[in-house]
Design a protein around this ligand. Structure first.
Ligand SMILES: Cc1cc2nc3c(=O)[nH]c(=O)nc-3n(C[C@H](O)[C@H](O)[C@H](O)COP(=O)(O)O)c2cc1C
Length: 225
């Protein structure tokens, strides 16, 4: 697949068919993405590729935890300043509009939120992790680890696109990382950065008709010569 075609075809999928993704395809995708660059070729990423009964157990535990305060390994800002706040709001409003859910319909919004804890029905999830000893080396926070994880995440999603699969990079799947560590028997030092639910997109679900916009090139880039 042409690279620009793949970049434009990829979008966040928020409804998946239950059809399982063959393990050999999941392996090819993660193996292909291992060529991603990283600072000093440190390759800080580790992956937990979870499907089947283990993923069901994680989804169920997330549903049961959904009223608790999240305890993220990698904190996110809850207050966004402008113009970033408006961009975030546009995504939330755009998805709900496609679903026909009114802003004031708290019940339907809560149900949609719960669907996120079920990873939007995805049959598999690729969790990207980093090791705490490196992330917090020298007593600080090594932000480049996260940068590197972003690179590998995009390569995973583009390779998935080439295999006809849908993905979504998401924080929701790592809101309660202790659950993954318990279910997958991982040490406390494995920090959960991001989840990438993966599967075949349910194109009939209106949530998947939503597309985000981008700022125009001349607003974000200057070319000097
Ligand atoms: C680090 C990261 C975390 C994200 N977390 C979520 C999430 O928790 N829930 C969600 O619905 N979308 C999440 N997204 C998806 C973004 O909303 C989406 O990438 C953005 O709106 C652009 O849309 P597109 O992916 O369809 O191009 C996340 C994206 C990134 C890169």
């Amino acid at each position: 697949m042409d690279l620009l075609v793949a970049i434009n075809k990829r979008h966040s999928v928020r409804a998946f068919k239950p059809d399982p993704v063959p393990q050999d395809i999941l392996k090819k995708i993660v193996e292909g993405a291992l060529r991603s660059p990283s600072a000093s070729n440190s390759q800080p990423w580790e992956f937990a590729v979870v499907s089947g009964a283990k993923l069901e157990e994680i989804k169920q535990a997330y549903i049961e935890s959904s009223t608790k305060m999240p305890v993220l390994d990698i904190p996110i800002p809850f207050q966004y300043p402008e113009p970033w706040l408006s961009r975030r709001a546009a995504v939330q409003a755009g998805v709900l509009e496609k679903l026909g859910v009114a802003r004031e319909d708290k019940q339907k919004r809560a149900e949609w939120g719960q669907f996120g804890f079920k990873l939007w029905g995805a049959p598999s999830c690729i969790y990207i992790m980093i090791e705490s000893a490196f992330h917090h080396a020298d007593g600080g926070t090594n932000m480049w680890n996260l940068f590197d994880c972003g690179l590998v995440a995009q390569d995973i999603m583009l390779l998935a696109t080439e295999h006809g699969l849908g993905t979504i990079p998401a924080i929701i799947p790592v809101l309660y990382p202790d659950i993954q560590r318990r279910v997958l028997d991982l040490p406390a030092s494995k920090l959960m950065v991001l989840g990438i639910p993966i599967g075949y997109a349910d194109d009939k679900n209106p949530a998947n008709q939503f597309r985000t916009s981008r700022e125009p090139l001349d607003k974000v880039a200057r070319f000097y010569a």
